[in-house]
Design a protein around this ligand. Structure first.
Ligand code: GAF
Length: 387
């Protein structure tokens, strides 16, 4: 069941561009059970696509123009294939960045129109930007018969984010959007992109997201700073251990001996990454054994690390995680995604979600003068064409 139907997309596309769209695609947002800031350190992540998505409608043009329309902004953007460059408007960059990747791979594109709509709350940490990159890439791949596989499209989306949005992200979000399967989480090894699907079976529990409605303007630069700190730690380790290619190769002892005396900040960040990778492994074991309590404990521990060591949380996220620790109906919670705002992910006893929200809301809204928005999500398959 699609939130935005193909006929709605066709109607809007025709209204905007004056002719019919040829193809429609949908690419979902994602949750991540555990494993934050591990992807760009060649570690593990455990994401799943959700039932909220970006939808695109595309059609070929007879000239070399690229015309894009975003329903959220009611904005039209126009350029040509030989002038693909970052735009000040922001949103076109997620599409243009992917087009640039295709051009750099010498793929044959022609002019096209692309219409975007979606129902992923922006700024909630549910990867609406990765979903847009994947939806656009997937649709253009089909429209121009480019023959790209899903992993290549995920990598192009990631590169678009680096070059056109300025965020040096890992591969998790694009990978989850494009490769997810219903009722499964992906255990992805970001070192070699090998992956397995793990059934998301939570027994008497379910996932509840709590959106803080905080969007920090400096989130991208803080994100890039964290990545830089991890890279510093690797560079220090390499002086004595040249075989170290990423924090995946590091040991706690080496971090203590080599990095701590030289760069205390890089040490703390790297230490978090090593611990977070171990938590993903433990969480997968807990999930496989149906031990949801043990899974929940790993989430609480992850939040502690993200907040105190990695320093990517904020007062609003900390508040929500602290409060649910005292609730019997919640087995685990943590901030999710890059951080500095967005959502917490909570493992809540079925039938108790509303009670949890009602218990948190007055205190949250009084403390921060922001609404608290629950988001109920189901795991969903990845990117697909709409038939
Ligand atoms: C953002 C990034 F895009 C991901 O690559 C990942 O690093 C995540 O933050 C943190 O785990 O969503």
């Amino acid at each position: 069941m699609y939130m935005i139907s193909k006929s709605q997309l066709q109607e809007r596309y025709t209204y905007i561009f004056g002719e019919e769209a040829q193809l429609f695609a949908k690419s979902p947002g994602r949750i991540n059970i555990i494993g934050e800031h591990t992807d760009y350190n060649e570690g593990f992540v455990l994401p799943a696509a959700i039932d909220k998505a970006v939808y695109v409608a595309v059609g070929k043009r007879n000239d070399n123009r690229i015309r894009l329309y975003a329903e959220d902004f009611k904005e039209l953007f126009d350029t040509s294939l030989d002038q693909v460059e970052p735009s000040n408007l922001g949103w076109p960059n997620y599409i243009l960045g992917v087009v640039k990747q295709m051009q750099e791979a010498n793929l044959q594109l022609a002019g096209f129109n692309l219409y975007v709509d979606g129902d992923i709350p922006v700024g909630a940490g549910l990867s609406s930007s990765a979903a847009l990159e994947c939806a656009a890439g997937f649709a253009l791949n089909a429209l121009f018969d480019l023959g790209l596989d899903r992993v290549t499209l995920a990598k192009m989306g990631q590169q678009a984010e680096h070059e056109y949005a300025g965020v040096k992200c890992g591969i998790m979000d694009q990978f989850a959007s494009i490769l997810s399967k219903e009722k499964q989480v992906i255990k992805l090894d970001c070192r070699d992109l090998s992956y397995t699907y793990v059934p998301l079976e939570l027994g008497d529990y379910e996932i509840l997201l709590l959106n803080t409605n905080v969007k920090h303007a400096l989130a991208s630069s803080a994100y890039n700073d964290r990545r830089a700190a991890c890279e510093r730690a690797v560079a220090i380790l390499q002086e004595k251990h040249p075989e170290v290619m990423s924090l995946r190769d590091a040991t706690s002892e080496w971090l203590l001996q080599e990095v701590q005396p030289v760069d205390a900040e890089a040490f703390r960040k790297a230490q978090f990454v090593l611990a977070e990778n171990n938590r993903v492994v433990k969480a997968c074991e807990a999930l496989a054994q149906g031990d949801i309590q043990a899974l929940g404990e790993q989430l609480f521990l992850a939040h502690e690390g993200l907040s105190k060591e990695y320093e990517v949380s904020c007062a609003e996220l900390d508040f929500l995680v602290e409060k649910v620790k005292t609730m019997d109906a919640v087995l685990g919670a943590r901030m999710m995604g890059g951080g500095f705002g967005g959502c917490t992910i909570n493992i809540v006893k079925k039938g108790y979600a509303q009670q949890v929200v009602d218990a948190l809301r007055p205190a949250y809204e009084a403390a921060f003068q922001l609404p608290l928005s629950p988001i109920f999500v189901q795991s969903n398959p990845g990117t697909a064409l709409l038939n």
